[in-house]
Design a protein around this ligand. Sequence first.
Ligand code: HEM
Length: 158
Amino acid sequence: MAAGWPGLGSALPLLQNPLEFLRAQYAELGPVFRQAAHDFEFQGFHVEQGNDVLVFMSSTHTDARYFVDPRRFELECFREPRNEHRRKFAFAPYGGGPHICLGAGMGEARLLLTVATLLRHLELECPADQLAYGAIFDPSLSLDDRFEVAVRGRPSLA
Ligand code: HEM
């Protein structure tokens, strides 16, 4: 593939951190389902062994105990020396533990290649006054109607 797409190998790592940031802010992941292995207390609640537990893995993504300034578009937090997302369970788009997603590698590869392919063929521009937008569920997590983006084709890269 690299032979037909010069520069892809060096471009993919550059895309990785923006995609990590976007997934931290707009996690596609809902809760993962677990059963309590033993009784425990959590924030004043008593959970008994066998209780169903929903764990929102993305709750750490905006938690300042893990990410210094989680809402800031700051890619350094995903890079050496900070690597804030590398702390255990701080950033877990594929879940974690013994039931972590079996397709995580495939998911990462497809995500990177899909975005790289779009950016290779299309130029996307978001007007400055459109930068404030919200998230809605319709039927799954999406950007709200205020979000507009201009899409232009790029000249073909022979
Ligand atoms: C971007 C794409 C994907 C995302 C975000 C994703 C996310 C997840 C999450 C959050 C879980 C639950 C993990 C847990 O319970 O701790 C999961 C489980 C699983 N995923 Fe994915 N997944 C993706 C793609 C795929 C693909 C492409 C495959 C297969 C080719 C796959 C196969 C599985 C399987 C088999 C499980 C169950 C693992 C188990 O219970 O032991 N996933 N995935």
